[in-house]
Design a binder for this molecule. Sequence first.
Ligand code: ATP
Ligand code: MG
Length: 572
Amino acid sequence: MKLSQYYVPTLKEAPKDADNLSAQLMIRAGLIRKLGSGLYEWLPLGLRVLKKVENIVREEMDRAGAHEIWMPIIQPKELWEESGRWAHFGDQLLKLEDRKGAGFCVSPTAEEEVTDLLRKDVSSYKQLPVCLYQFATKFRDEIRPRFGVMRAREFYMKDAYSFAATDEQANDWYKRMYDAYTRIFTRCGFQFRAVEADTGSIGGSFSNEFMVLAQNGEDLLAVCPACSYAANTEKAEIKAPQYTINPADFQPMEKRPTPQAYTVEDVAKLLNVGTDKLIKLLVFTADGEPVVALVRGDHELNEPKLRTLLKCTELEKASEEVYTQVTGSPVGFAGPQGLKERNPKIKIFADNYVKGVVNGVAGGNEVDVHVINVNPSRDITVDAYCDLKVATEGDCCAKCGEKFTFTRGIEVGHVFKLGTKYSSAMKAEFLDEKQTAHPFIMGCYGIGISRVVAAAIEQSHDEHGIIWPAPMAPFDVALVAIDYDTNPEVQKAADEMTAKLQAAGLSVLMDERDERPGVKFKDADLMGLPHRVVISSRTVKDGQFEYKKRSEKDAVRKDLAQADAFIAELKK
Ligand code: ATP
Ligand code: MG
């Protein structure tokens, strides 16, 4: 491909609204353009990368034994009503109507659609297991689209769904997909890690996220250096700390005025204590039932953990009305001391760390009042102490007790054992040997193909631009031809080199534009092709060309006469 005839509009500067490095580089290198919030066009160079990733994924899906299908992106409302997600998916679901007033949504995922597809044709255990996949555009009306194609509203996904008759079959498919993902991300050249992830309310299921390790990753991962445990901090199971508490230290509780102190930090400052002395009280409704959760002031409550503990589908912050009803306190000032005694019906769960607070501070159940010297073992009755916090520095692994280390990651893939959540709700059933009906046991497996492209850039770049891992590069070789139009010898050497590289199966992007060499080198670095060959009047005069790897600093001169040996070396 000749760059002068190609459509690669590179830019010197990234637009101001490109809010992370990969978005900036993708726009500057002419891979994508922004149409609107969370909406991107893929230009020829970007699309080549996307297709490369797609091909790797397709090969590994096929190798695992899954079969490719293609399903509409517009899905009927009725299917989503059957599963219950029309009402519960939330505002990410883009809903629309056709001219007759029938309801539809734009696919954010396709469990309903594929479950419907299978239930129409599969009725016997003999037809199972089966795994189907597709490449498709997804639309999610994300609250805060950001980081270019990494958290877009419209994005490109591979989604696969397995259907099994037995738990063994279902687990076998989970493993096959897990292994296929491992091969895919290894082939992409990533440094990555599979971590345990939150499964929300779906009991008995499990899930792993595949994380590309990158400094700017949105996710924070807790990794145990001793055992192999690694998990998203949302999920990471924390060992309960051991405390020896001496009741002789307990002081009597006292009220303190705390006017205009609205945050944990304000209150701590005013009362001259650390935020770890505070006990935060949060009120939720879990499937409509009020519940109280307590965490230390310096800790964050992990809602997925609370949801898993309560085995509820919907967990929401309680309304002001419910808050006051439950606690008898104005909003923001409730304290847990004596709460169970005042309201025996209310369920109270406290994080393990709350147990260790001595002479702590809690809400005073009156506006602008807090209580000091609250001691949980003396003053607070709870239903249980459990692990409810988001993992942070200092927490220890629940499996082996070692202190976690933390690293950031970008979620590029997700494997999920769903169980029978959708098949039960949608009556998608098969008959076993005894002619008894059972719902399919399902799994779902996603890879954000467009996010993979951005993640590669986050992981591999320098101050000059992208450094593509070879398997994802849009072209293998950047051939910078200087004086191509004015020097027939350059032209001849560059054309011959291109032909030889192509004959060896390497793709070439030749920059023969009438531009200054500096501009060409800058663009080559920006686009990040793995190999750079320079042919100019100066090199051909010596019967030579120049070669540099994108990832290395120094270029070397080589003889044009030795081109074949050089190409053989590149192919290795
Ligand atoms: P996240 O936690 O990042 O929102 P998710 O758990 O909602 O992801 P899944 O529903 O498991 O994601 O979707 C499968 C894959 O699709 C993810 O692993 C990710 O790579 C990709 N993906 C999800 N949301 C987006 C998005 N808004 N933009 C680009 N890719 C996305
Ligand atoms: Mg999401």
